[in-house]
Design a protein around this ligand. Structure first.
Ligand SMILES: [Zn+2]
Length: 57
């Protein structure tokens, strides 16, 4: 299963997402980014950062 900790990208955010499917995980991350961090679109450099901190759990 893949895990993303938002705190690895956004300091102080405690949100954690887990999913077997990286595509679904990304959708969850995108709605979190929009609802919590006000990002209507996740910029490519942030997507890169996200991919770097996704871990296998
Ligand atoms: Zn967050």
């Amino acid at each position: 299963m893949k895990q993303f900790k938002c705190g690895d990208v956004v300091l102080g955010c405690e949100w954690v997402a887990r999913n077997d499917d990286e595509g679904v995980l990304f959708q969850e991350i995108q709605s979190h980014a929009r609802d919590t961090h006000g990002m209507d679109e996740v910029p490519p450099e942030v997507v890169e950062q996200i991919q770097r901190v996704i871990t296998e759990v």
